[in-house]
Design a protein around this ligand. Structure first.
Ligand SMILES: NC(=O)c1ccc[n+]([C@@H]2O[C@H](COP(=O)([O-])OP(=O)(O)OC[C@H]3O[C@@H](n4cnc5c(N)ncnc54)[C@H](O)[C@@H]3O)[C@@H](O)[C@H]2O)c1
Length: 266
């Protein structure tokens, strides 16, 4: 039996790199999936090759009405809802770079990132949970980030939303566990997506010195963890944040420098 046989899932940001990999993996495990994204074309590109197992749904995570309509459309199309993967994030190429420091970030950018990355996740839970409870329970998997657990030189709004997602996850798990709704978050470090491939090559090299695995993770690595947390195989895990980042946050801050020093001394 496949791990998600008979289950219905929503993947937000399903038209993107990680979301698309999660959708394909969920369908291969037997789920029927709503591919929900602000860009209808991206959602269709992921959904169409999967036939009747996937439904492209355009929605805006920053709008309560739109999130509600997206959940209702999924339930009326597939008949139930078992899994919500909140995964969308603001990736606008003009706005995202303005997410800098607390002194410099324009307030409208701060607010928009909070609306999409954080309030959007709360709204997904708000409208999905009653359907999950009606069906006997469910599993929510939120995409956080290692940026939610440690400071960085830029992206203050992004980091703040990712930290808040880890806390939101614990509250949802606590408040709805008795209704058989689990809620966990996954916190990727750097993942090899098209977007990363396009960034400054030097950045990739710097980050690579700080991970413990020989290679960066891929969207398929994230999808494997999300599917595990969505499935009943993880039925005793709730409220957790699982970092999936090649050990990027587990070592001493001097790790990369010390390693370079030891190699040069050898
Ligand atoms: N790629 C990485 O290295 C990395 C690292 C840590 C965390 N993450 C997280 O993983 C998740 C997926 O990121 P990705 O790398 O696949 O990026 P991506 O840009 O490929 O996917 C993000 C998706 O969200 C959608 N989206 C943006 N605004 C939206 C809105 N208002 N409403 C609905 N959908 C909207 C985009 O259209 C896009 O399809 C994000 O939450 C991101 O923060 C990624």
């Amino acid at each position: 039996m496949k791990r998600l046989e008979g289950k219905v899932a929503i993947v937000t940001g399903g038209g993107g790199g990680i979301g698309g990999a999660v959708v394909r993996r969920m369908v291969s495990e037997g789920a029927r999936v709503a591919v929900a994204d602000v860009f209808e074309e991206s959602a269709r590109r992921v959904a169409e090759p999967l036939g009747d197992s996937a439904l492209a749904v355009q929605f805006d995570a920053a709008s309560a009405e739109s999130v509600k309509a997206m959940v209702e459309k999924t339930v009326s199309h597939f008949g139930r809802l078992d899994i919500l993967h909140n995964n969308a994030a603001m990736t606008d190429p003009v706005k995202s770079p303005q997410d800098t420091t607390t002194v410099d970030i324009p307030l409208p950018i701060w607010q928009e990132i909070l609306d999409i990355n954080l309030t959007g996740y709360m709204l997904g839970c708000k409208y999905a949970i009653p359907h999950m409870v009606a069906g006997g329970g469910g599993s929510i998997v939120n995409t956080a980030s290692n940026s939610g657990s440690a400071g960085d030189l830029a992206r203050i709004a992004y980091g703040a939303t990712k930290g808040a997602i880890i806390t939101l996850t614990r509250y949802v798990a606590t408040q709805h566990g008795a209704q058989n709704v689990r809620c966990n978050s996954v916190a990727p470090g750097v993942v090899l997506t098209e977007a990363l491939e396009k960034t400054v090559p030097g950045l990739k090299d710097i980050i690579k010195r700080h991970i413990l695995t020989p290679e960066f993770g891929t969207p398929d690595d994230i999808a494997a963890l999300v599917v595990f947390l969505a499935s009943d195989e993880s039925r005793y895990i709730t409220g957790e944040n699982i970092s999936i980042s090649g050990g990027g946050l587990v070592h001493q801050p001097h790790y990369a420098d010390l390693r370079a020093f030891m190699e040069s001394a050898a």
